[in-house]
Design a protein around this ligand. Sequence first.
Ligand SMILES: NC(=O)C1=CN([C@@H]2O[C@H](COP(=O)(O)OP(=O)(O)OC[C@H]3O[C@@H](n4cnc5c(N)ncnc54)[C@H](OP(=O)(O)O)[C@@H]3O)[C@@H](O)[C@H]2O)C=CC1
Ligand SMILES: Cc1cn([C@H]2C[C@H](O)[C@@H](COP(=O)(O)OP(=O)(O)O[C@H]3O[C@@H](C)C(=O)[C@@H](O)[C@H]3O)O2)c(=O)[nH]c1=O
Length: 297
Amino acid sequence: MKILLLGKNGQVGWELQRSLQPLGELVALDRNSSPLCGDLLQPVALAEAVRAIKPDVIVNAAAYTAVDKAESDADAARTINAEAVGVLAREAKALEAWLVHYSTDYVFDGSGSRTWQESDATGPLSVYGQTKLEGEQAIAKSGARHLVFRTSWVYAARGGNFAKTMLRLAQERDKLAVIDDQWGAPTGAELIADVTAHALRAAMAGEQDLSGIYHLVAGGETTWNRYAQFVLAQARQINPALGITAREVQAVATSAFPTPAKRPNNSRLNTQKLQQSFGLALPDWQVGVQRMLREIL
Ligand SMILES: NC(=O)C1=CN([C@@H]2O[C@H](COP(=O)(O)OP(=O)(O)OC[C@H]3O[C@@H](n4cnc5c(N)ncnc54)[C@H](OP(=O)(O)O)[C@@H]3O)[C@@H](O)[C@H]2O)C=CC1
Ligand SMILES: Cc1cn([C@H]2C[C@H](O)[C@@H](COP(=O)(O)OP(=O)(O)O[C@H]3O[C@@H](C)C(=O)[C@@H](O)[C@H]3O)O2)c(=O)[nH]c1=O
């Protein structure tokens, strides 16, 4: 089996390079790859690369993930998150290949407090969320067999993420102010990559039709504020010499922390479909965060 991986150097892409390896021959590209193009800003050249490689599976871990920047850079966000995804889906369909893709909690409007199911109505609040939704829709329209995993609040030892931002700010400041009314689940790139490999094997075995959208997040729930507090408490324990100067993580409302992009208050994703379809149990979010912190500290 031949797998084409796009976005190999992102948080999830890096972990996929490890988890997909045992499944077959892996061709991993990034935006600078040459002569085969892995740049999602160049959909025509990207389609040519897919045709040249003729993969059995395309795994797309590349995305425009700068949520605030996307508000003023919508064309690039849309080309990468929607147009190029449509190209990949159509090429997958033509090759009868599977397409694996990642989407986000930010496709929802964040209303209410119950967990979102895959079939719930979407309502993105930001350009990033809207373009990611358009990517999902392009995949559905293509008719390609697919696994689309909606995940949230991704972190990894490698790459930039909220946990690392909190560690940095806590070494620079006396006090942090972090939103305490947006709920979700931090999810490790390792977990996402491992579940991807497991689910892909099951889907390709073909005993049932498993093509579709799945929510893939770690267990439990928290707010950005409580997540930040957990990260700093763990960091102090793991490495007391780290130099954390912040003595307080002040809880603030979304309204007190204005950002260019609006984010959902309720990002709780229901993972029953994933767990039942693939026979998986998802660990609580704290497990992976602790592991990542031990690794980087
Ligand atoms: N990060 C998060 O909190 C969440 C992410 N997701 C989704 O999960 C998936 C993986 O995200 P994650 O690994 O965290 O994201 P990262 O931001 O860590 O990685 C994204 C990757 O996409 C690459 N990329 C950006 N533009 C292009 C382009 N034009 N051509 C090719 N590659 C490009 C980046 O390359 P470069 O390094 O060169 O910029 C980077 O390697 C994405 O679909 C994302 O939308 C869903 C929920 C939460
Ligand atoms: C840095 C900082 C952020 N915040 C808030 C802003 C925001 O609501 C929340 C998270 O901020 P960030 O900008 O780090 O995270 P953000 O880029 O919004 O993270 C999102 O990325 C995309 C790619 C996704 O798909 C989402 O699931 C989610 O992980 O924390 C504070 O309250 N205080 C702070 O000091």
